[in-house]
Design a protein around this ligand. Sequence first.
Ligand code: FDA
Length: 311
Amino acid sequence: MLARDFILWLSTKPSVTNMIARRGMKNGFARRFIAGETLEEVLTACASLCTEGRTISLNHLGENVSTEAAANKVFETYVHLLEQLHDRKLPGNISIKLTQLGLAVGREFCENLAHQIARRAHELHRTIEIDMEGSAYTDVTLDIFEAVQRASANAALAIQAYLYRSENDLKRLEPLRPKIRLVKGAYREPKNIAFQEKSAVDANFKRLTTQLMEGAARGTFFPAIGSHDPAMAAYAQAEAARLHVPQDKYEFQMLYGIRRDLQDQVFREGNPVQVYVSFGTDWCPWFMRRLAERPANCWFVLRSLLAERKA
Ligand code: FDA
């Protein structure tokens, strides 16, 4: 926990993040998790994943956009991504963050852009997924998701198992028959709203998996199990079997470059796997959260930086 907190704290220090950002792509350590900085690079990486039978969700890295012009640019990028997926016949969708779509500019402004993206996706027979960010945004993200799902019926939402409120949020969302990406949660949250211990988060992840699978058996949820934890993957498969949920009524989601062995294993066991592929130049905060999840990842960053010093 201490290492995680320390890395999340470092991720707020520009002197650290700028140094990592300068060297990450050049030294290659960032490439393990970030498929590329340009659209061409990422689409090439995706094409081979899709040939193997995976689907993809494309995320253009960046968060906390504070001007209308910048949010409109992000909006255009996402529409372009949807059109590229369509033109290249790649199976998949896009994942968006509402803070990137101008939530700070205004709720209505952001919701309007989210509606337009979902509508364009609908025209192309595609879906969109909305990431869940820090707890300051949970309520507004749920509200915007509900509005978009009511209007276009092609949106999915991430729900975080570390938040105490998530069981009730799922009850609230169930009438919309949504796809829900269940994740443990990647931000630093206080103990009055979130479980702090890994064992407690894991236990809640399992409870919410059961809640989602029960919904899948009734036809009201499409569960997407977003975890690299083999215990969570095994639990989800056992619950699906117990509740007679067929393998095409749920999926696993994992991040590009992480636990590729587990991605292969669940895929070989007949489960659909969607890979969340992030790309873009603004990758440092996202990369730091991946380091915080697994401080052992810091070693390959350090090794890479030390190797450069010696050279
Ligand atoms: P956990 O941290 O419990 O670790 C279990 C095992 O997984 C480790 O022992 C290790 O083997 C492996 N592992 C986990 N992370 C690793 C890493 N970075 N590098 C190498 N191995 C690793 N969060 C959020 O708040 N909002 C969101 O919208 C999303 N979206 C999202 C989409 C998808 C597809 C995934 C998989 C995850 C997210 N997350 C997220 C992140 C999520 O909340 C969580 O922080 C990470 O998935 C880590 O939790 P796990 O359950 O994967 O593993």
